[in-house]
Design a protein. Structure first.
Length: 331
């Protein structure tokens, strides 16, 4: 892997929750992201998958510093940015972009498409009005729309067209790093492939470093160079795409992949997980997955597994693949 553009080490995010309990207020902490570490190289796409509520979107917003981390290190192009003020972050924000999940709520209905696409240019004081108009027209054509669409409003477009507008806005400042947060989950199946192919073409053409967040394993396999699997705020496995899909090691990854439709379903047994994911307000001790894991044994309940490299580029957090297994018995 080439030198990483984005790195995180021990990244954590805790949200304080307060509720009334009689005459007093009770404080509780929700740990959305718990000690996450990974790196993304220039020109690489890292897929981030997991169940809803596992911390994927929070992780993406932390990397962009839309949220401030509770602890840990975030490096962008070698510079630590976790403690930077909004004023110090402003020049860096020109090098980052995001494509949101919902193309309906992501666009201001009172603004024309030209105003939406050029808003980042206006905020950062880039160019004059004429140059911004030309930039908007070029961006719209790049994402498959026409110049005549610039004077229209978001309600005049379909979901797929709105997402193209959102992509054009994200590219307005020519970013180096792009977070795609479930960019096709709200779209009709018939147009998902068009948006995915557009993102792939743009990523390769512009050499973008991307974090692609999704719960759809088929989509992630199509667009990603590497894949990280997240469970209850932690990365449990990360590997090159072909290796992870061909030889998943963590029981949670194996269960997720067993649910992906294949042409001959009888050739791969389905792994059914019992129970619901634990609450991030009270995560279980040891391995966070042990309460649902069909292969859990003694150490899983009280020793938290570390994310260790078991093959070149393939890391997994599971006692089945660490020396701790030798000290435990059957669960």
């Amino acid at each position: 892997m080439t030198a990483p553009l984005v790195e995180v080490e021990g990244l954590e995010k805790r949200f304080e929750l307060r509720r009334a309990a009689g005459l007093r207020r009770v404080r509780r902490e929700l740990q959305a992201v718990a000690g996450v570490s990974f790196a993304i190289a220039r020109g690489e796409t890292l897929g981030l998958v997991g169940e809803s509520g596992c911390g994927k979107s929070t992780t993406g917003r932390l990397l962009l510093r839309l949220l401030a981390p509770s602890s840990g290190v975030i490096r962008f192009d070698g510079r630590e940015i976790q403690h930077l003020s909004e004023r110090e972050l402003r020049p860096l924000r020109r090098r980052m972009g995001i494509v949101f999940q919902d193309p309906w709520s992501a666009l201001d209905p009172r603004m024309t498409i030209e105003e939406i696409v050029t808003e980042p240019l206006v905020v950062h004081g880039v160019g004059d009005r004429a140059s911004r108009r030309r930039r908007a027209a070029a961006l719209l054509e790049r994402v498959g729309l026409a110049r005549i669409h610039a004077d229209r409003y978001p309600h005049e477009f379909s979901g797929g067209q709105r997402q193209r507008i959102g992509i054009a806005r994200a590219l307005a400042l020519e970013p180096e790093f792009l977070v795609c947060d479930e960019p096709v989950s709200a779209l009709d199946v018939s147009i998902r492939a068009q948006i995915l192919n557009l993102l792939l073409d743009l990523q390769r053409e512009l050499g973008l470093c991307c974090l692609f967040i999704s719960h759809d394993l088929g989509v992630v396999r199509y667009v990603s160079d590497r894949v990280a699997v997240m469970y209850l705020g932690k990365i449990v496995e990360i590997a090159p795409t072909a290796r992870l899909y061909g030889r998943p090691l963590h029981p949670y990854t194996q269960a997720l992949l067993s649910a992906v439709p294949i042409p001959r379903p009888g050739r791969r047994p389905r792994i059914l997980l019992e129970g619901d994911p634990p609450s991030p307000l009270a995560p279980p001790p040891g391995c966070r997955f042990h309460t649902r894991c069909p292969r859990a044994f003694a150490p899983c309940a009280h020793i938290e597994p570390e994310l260790v490299e078991v093959a070149p580029g393939h890391r997994v957090a599971c006692h089945l693949h660490t020396p701790a297994r030798a000290t435990g018995g059957a669960a």
